[in-house]
Design a protein around this ligand. Sequence first.
Ligand code: FUC
Length: 814
Amino acid sequence: MPRKNTAADPPPAGRTLRYDRPATDWEREALPVGNGALGAMVFGGVARERLQLNEKSLWTGGPGSKEGYDHGNWPGPRPDALAEVRRIIDEQGAMDPEDVARRLGNPAYAATDGIPGFGNYQNFGELVLDVPDAPVSPVDYRRGLDIADAMATVTYEDKDEDNGDGQTRFSREYFASHPAQVVVGRLAADRPGRISFTLGFAAAQGGTAVTADGGRLLIRGALADNGLVYEGQVQVLHRGGTRTDDDGRITVTGADSATFAFSAATDYADSHPGYRGPDPHARVTDAVDRAAAQPYEELRAAHIRDHRALFDRAGLDLGGRLPDLPTDRLLGSYTGGDSPADRALESLYFAYGRYLLIASSRPGSLPANLQGVWNNSNTPPWCGDYHTNINIQMNYWPAEPTHLAETAEPYQRFVEQLREPGRGTAAAMFGTEGWVVHQNTNSFGFTGVHDWPTSFWMPEANGWLAQQLYEHYLFHRDEDFLRRRAYPVMKEAARFWLANLHTDPRDSALVVSPSYSPEQGAFTAGASISQQIVSDLLTNTLEAAEVLGDEGAFGTELRAALDALDPGLRVGSWGQLQEWKADLDDPSDTHRHASHLFALHPGRQIERGSAHAEAARVSLMARGDGGTGWSKAWKINFWARLGDGDHAARMLAEQLTSSTLPNLWDTHPPFQIDGNFGATAGIAEMLLQSHSRDGLVEVLPALPGRWADAGSFDGLRARGDFTVGAAWREGVATEIRIASGSGVTVKLRSPRFGPRFRVERHDGRSVERSAGQSAGQSAGQQSDGRSVEHVVRDGVLILPTRAGEEYRITDQAV
Ligand code: FUC
């Protein structure tokens, strides 16, 4: 593959984050590379380079933890505890969270100072490169992250005549290769013999042993908390000059260039109950040996090929151009207007979300956690865990729509692996079949509870997690995936709810009880989010059962439950969508969670234009445009689903102006990656939607006024196995391209259709000419007159497709 660029030739603006100073702050400035399992934060220091490293399975807690571990299940049986809480809620209508936590929480996991036994995602440590005689004032310093090639770069010149370096130009590049399972660094200069450094490792864990031999660092230890064995190795290679090993450090002197390859692993395995696999030594040795044996250019090219195979599938062009300015300055001057710079930054931010997902979630490791894979602390915020009341789900919202389905594999597997411990929790705490998980989980199948009153109880998280497995089927129509992977998870979660729904004595409807709307108010029966999630789960499971021919008695049970289930959709006294079954909503409540709008997004119970959609709008207006990073990101999606592109764009501007750090990471605060992913999904949702129950694919459903003059997107995915691109000008869709993966009929709608358009197959053979959408019904014929190719009815273009073919709809007025 031809080299797109080299470190000496900085990558083009538009796909690059760039800065004119080294990073000093990990959270705000350092730049992330990752391959899912491994992450590195690059600082770009001239005299001292730092690469802070992560290996995603390095967790304290779980089995073997000094605190003890039983998945968060209650330490002993409490046969009447749940029934008692349900009875009190039936009688009194509500219960104080503290009271519920005392009865149903788990004091063994008291959330006082972290959660003992639950564990924390750990820092692996840092590679430190000390460069002798580095220029104190480097000239033309640049630090960048090319997100199209997934390459971090540093370049500078040394013009200091005193040390005789003249105008030497130095370049470094770093990448995290998924195929090779290594983080690679390369240091080069445009004059021979100029590369000298000492590479060492700054351990983040007590008891880490570091040795150096043959240009290889061996880093090894076991976590004091749970005995988890970890190992890292770094091989340093050099061209020219000399290399010496010395007391856990490797020194290269006078080389023309040098390369290092780092890999790491632990003896973690994602299998219940032990969560341990083989010693990591052989795996790490193998990865580093192989990388060291490969020519650098090949390693680099294979990495770029692998990354681009995912990254290049989708793109967004909002017509702007990034001025040649550092990204922090661009962000600082961003106002959310329609200037080319603002629009280019928004496109870059969209692409960066896709970059971050590729970098933090690849098959073979755990899913992206609250910080993706990047963490520099042994006690990170919220343990760096998997929160299931919004956060991990949001991480994966962009996976399907932005054409990165493969990145969702770790999530799918993670949810599958929760089934076994979750079954134990269903039995131990609820005395029923099915599987369940609550509000937080870790890498060791924590499916029970801690006892923090406002965040410990969320049994319907099982349904929310299962939703995205079903979505994978809807996007791909892959029945094998549905049968083998999604449906078992869904069915067993549905069984949990069939066994645990409670009959509300007030109206005999089936409700979740106790039920809690994250993360505010009292415990009640039938909070809207609980009902909406269970409704979504049972509906999806029934649909899946029908597809797979597994209806039978189970289908009858699901239908009966759905008939009796309170759907959690009520319009309250001030026109709002009620957050609880009783009308308790306070119009001045601006809580960051807007959980009762689950049915609008990511659920699909609320259709645009309906009374419930209007009530959701009223609720959103009351909630306001504030909130934490992920909260704003969710609101982009809500407004997009409501078809209000201007408000969606306003939320995107909120996200960028007040919840985004100079390295374009989302900040809650602190750094939390969900907002990046939620906003990326939200932008996709503004451009393309396909969730409606009647199977519509909607193009440009929420195009904001400030993007309307011109723009295009490519490669977004719609349910039904369609890949869609579109271009627009002056608010009119000038071209829509739709490629059909499975050959089902597409029902296409766009508020941006012009009055006349033409439908063609991609190969240019004209399929028809259409009189347009307003004519009530008109049929197009193939040019050879043989068959009706499409129908336009009530503004919906109904087009039978063939698998593997692409269709082009072009505006005829332009
Ligand atoms: C949920 C949110 C918090 C935070 C935490 C990680 O509990 O309510 O705001 O995002 O997850």
